[in-house]
Design a protein around this ligand. Structure first.
Ligand SMILES: [Fe+2]
Ligand SMILES: [Fe+2]
Length: 483
C-alpha cells in the first residue's frame, strides 16, 4: 500500500529539494556578495543573512539532515543534483570557485542561525587569499570552532572529486578534438572528391550536443582556449558549440540540437572548394579572390546535397550553408532573388559564426578586436544583419569578455576571465583569475579569483579591464587557469 504512495511522493519531494537547494545557493551567493561590499551592520547584509537563514530553514523542513556537496562541476543537495543552467551558471560557478579555494567538498547543515552563517561567510571572504588551499581549510575549520559554530560543518574535498572534475574536463577536450578531427576529414574528403562518412560526422555532433547539455561550462570554455592553430576546423567546432548552446537556451529538444549542431559544424564546408591560397591569405583579397570566397555558401549547399546517406538529405544544413552570410536584411551574399526570411538555424549559425570569426581574427590583427566591441557592434549596428535577439542571447551566454579571455587590468595585473558577472548586470565586469600580479610576477594556476564588480571604500571599482591581450605575451597557458 505504502509503496505506490511513496513512489508518487518521491519526485515531488525531490522537486522541492531542488527548488529549495537553488534558493539556498542563490541566498549564499547574495549574502557573500553583500558582505563583500558592505559592513556587517548594513541593512543589505542583514537582509541577505535573514533570507539565507530562511532559505536554510525551509530546506531543513523538507529534510532534517542536509548536505551540500560538490562533485565535479555539479552541486548536490543530499542525493539531488542541482541543474547547472544558463541563468544560474554564474552564481553556481562562483560558489564552486569559493568552495574550491578552500578545498571544501561539502557543507553539512545541522541547524541554521544567521549568526553562524555570518561567521562562515565572513571567514570565506577574509581567508580566501591566504596560504595554500589545504592550509586555508584547516584555518577555516579552526576559526569556525573558535567562533562556536556547531550547526554548519565543512568537509574537505576528497581527491576523488578533483579527479572527477579532471575527468569531465578531459572528456570535454576529447569531444572537442574529435570534432576538429572529423571536420578536417570532411574538408579533406571534399577537396579530393571522396565520399564522406556522414555517420562519423553525426556521431561527433551528438557528442558535442551531449557535452553541451551535461557539462556546458567545460565545453564553452574550450571555445576560447585557442591553443590550436587550425583555424578552419576549430572555427567549425566553435560555431557548432555556440550554436548548440544558443539552441539549448531557446529550448530546442535534443533531436533539434543534433540537427542544428550538424548544420553548424558543416556551415563552411563550401570552403573546401575554395583554393587554399585564397583561404589562408591574411592580407586583403582582390576582387576576383573575394568573389571566389563569396561562393562558399552555395558551394557548401551543393556539397551537402551530395552528402546524403541513402535515406535522408540534410536539408536544414543545406539551407544553413546557403544562408549563413545573407544577413537578416538580405544585403549579404549570395544575393537573395526575392524577399525571404532566414531560417532559424541560419540566424543562429550566423551569430555564432560572426562572433567566433571576429574574436579569433584578433590573433593576427594588429589592432585587436575586443569581444565586447564585437558583441556591441553585432548588437547595435543593424547593418551587420544579425538577429538582435540571438545576439542578446549570446551575450547572456558568454558575457562580453568570454571565459578564457586574457585581459590587462588598470592595476597592471593580468587576468584570465573565469565567468561572466554573476549578477548578469555588468557585462564588462566578469569574474577573473589574476595570473600576473602588479609587479609582473606570475601567480601560479589556478590564480586568485576576484570579481571586477568589487568596489573600494570610496565606492570606486578596485579593478577594471583596460584591454584584451594575448596570453602568450605573458607566457600564460589559458587552459591552466581553468578549474
Ligand atoms: Fe562562412
Ligand atoms: Fe564560418
Amino acid at each position: 500500500m505504502t509503496q505506490p504512495a511513496d513512489a508518487a511522493l518521491r519526485p515531488a519531494a525531490e522537486g522541492r529539494l531542488r527548488q529549495g537547494g537553488r534558493a539556498l545557493l542563490l541566498a549564499v551567493y547574495t549574502a557573500l556578495r553583500s558582505l563583500k561590499l558592505y559592513p556587517v551592520e548594513n541593512a543589505t547584509v542583514q537582509k541577505a543573512l535573514d533570507d539565507l537563514d530562511a532559505a536554510a530553514r525551509a530546506l531543513l523542513e523538507i529534510e532534517s539532515d542536509l548536505e551540500i556537496r560538490v562533485a565535479g562541476d555539479f552541486i548536490f543537495v543530499n542525493a539531488t543534483r542541482l541543474r547547472l543552467e544558463l541563468d544560474n551558471y554564474a552564481s553556481f560557478s562562483h560558489i564552486l570557485a569559493v568552495l574550491r579555494t578552500f578545498e571544501i567538498g561539502g557543507v553539512r547543515i545541522r541547524s541554521s542561525s544567521r549568526r553562524e552563517w555570518q561567521i562562515l561567510l565572513s571567514l570565506l571572504l577574509s581567508l580566501a587569499e591566504r596560504g595554500q588551499p589545504d592550509e586555508r581549510f584547516d584555518e577555516l575549520t579552526e576559526r569556525l570552532g573558535a567562533g562556536g559554530v556547531t550547526g554548519l560543518e565543512i568537509e574537505r574535498a576528497s581527491h576523488h572529486t578533483a579527479a572527477e572534475s579532471e575527468q569531465a574536463k578531459e572528456a570535454a577536450k576529447r569531444v572537442y578534438s574529435q570534432g576538429v578531427a572529423v571536420t578536417k576529414d570532411v574538408i579533406a574528403s571534399v577537396r579530393i572528391g571522396r565520399a564522406t562518412s556522414v555517420k562519423r560526422v553525426k556521431r561527433a555532433v551528438q557528442l558535442i550536443v551531449d557535452q553541451v547539455l551535461n557539462n556546458e561550462t567545460s565545453v564553452l570554455g574550450l571555445t576560447t582556449v585557442r591553443d590550436y592553430d587550425e583555424y578552419t576546423f576549430t572555427h567549425s567546432v566553435n560555431v557548432c558549440i555556440f550554436s548548440v548552446a544558443l539552441g539549448k537556451k531557446l529550448g530546442f529538444s535534443r533531436l533539434q540540437l543534433y540537427d542544428l549542431g550538424m548544420a553548424a559544424l558543416l556551415h563552411d564546408v563550401g570552403k573546401a572548394r575554395v583554393p587554399v591560397e585564397i583561404l589562408n591569405k591574411t592580407t586583403g583579397l582582390d576582387e576576383r579572390e573575394w568573389r571566389i570566397m563569396q561562393a562558399h555558401p552555395w558551394l557548401g549547399a551543393l556539397t551537402l546535397f551530395t552528402m546524403r546517406t541513402y535515406d535522408e538529405t540534410p536539408y536544414r544544413a543545406i539551407l544553413t550553408a546557403h544562408e549563413h552570410h545573407m544577413k537578416t536584411d538580405l544585403t549579404g551574399y549570395p544575393r537573395a532573388l526575392r524577399p525571404r526570411e532566414l531560417g532559424i538555424f541560419s540566424r543562429i549559425v550566423s551569430v555564432a559564426d560572426g562572433f567566433d570569426a571576429a574574436t579569433t581574427r584578433r590573433s593576427y590583427q594588429s589592432t585587436p578586436l575586443e569581444p565586447d566591441q564585437v558583441l556591441q557592434e553585432m548588437w547595435q549596428n543593424p547593418k551587420r544583419g544579425y538577429d538582435v535577439i540571438l545576439v542578446k542571447a549570446l551575450i547572456n551566454l558568454i558575457g562580453i569578455y568570454p571565459v578564457g579571455t586574457c585581459v590587462i587590468l588598470d592595476t597592471f595585473e593580468v587576468a584570465i576571465v573565469s565567468a561572466p558577472d554573476p549578477e548578469g548586470q555588468q557585462l564588462n565586469r566578469p569574474l577573473v583569475r589574476i595570473a600576473v600580479d602588479a609587479d609582473g610576477g606570475t601567480v601560479p594556476p589556478p590564480g586568485t579569483v576576484v570579481s571586477l564588480t568589487e568596489r573600494d571604500e570610496a565606492g570606486n571599482y578596485r579593478r577594471s579591464i583596460v584591454k584584451v591581450t594575448s596570453p602568450s605575451r605573458y607566457g600564460l597557458t589559458v587552459g591552466d587557469y581553468f578549474v
